[in-house]
Design a protein. Sequence first.
Length: 186
Amino acid sequence: MLISTYQQQPSEALERYGIEFNGKKQIIGFRVGAGATGVTSYGVGQTYNPLLRSASMFQLNWNNMYASNNTGGFYNEVTGGDSGSGFYLYDNQKKKWVILGTLTGKVFSSKDTWAFFARYDQNTVDILKNTFTQEVNLNGQKMTVNNKNIAINDKITAIELTKSNKNKDLKFHGGGSLSVLSSPIT
């Protein structure tokens, strides 16, 4: 589920997405995703560090849409490779978590660090799905597929290609069976 609108006034957003945290109502969310965590050899050892956890809470400023990770108790800084991880808020009306957007980067000063994100946009998601996905309706039948073609009841169809000449992802529906071959369909 996604955020219903970003056009809400801060007071409306606080009512809809706010929770009691540290004695006051605030917009506190949850980010899930782990970036690259590397271990290099420089003659020093590295033990577990709580800053390397793969999720964090954030406080959202609805006016500028900055997310501050320094909410206390469950702190985790954005690291390289975190881009694309989801930012979620609890929707008090729908009574479930909704996606706010995906991590794009971070900005920092000597006092604080903020993450910024790309707002979730269903239209963009639909365009990407249509660009990179081929729908296949099995309709309860048996399908055979290799790296180039799909065959359903002896009807052979080429797997669609993207603009970069790569096979599209296949999305199956309608039930049936699937046989994957490493050789051409004959």
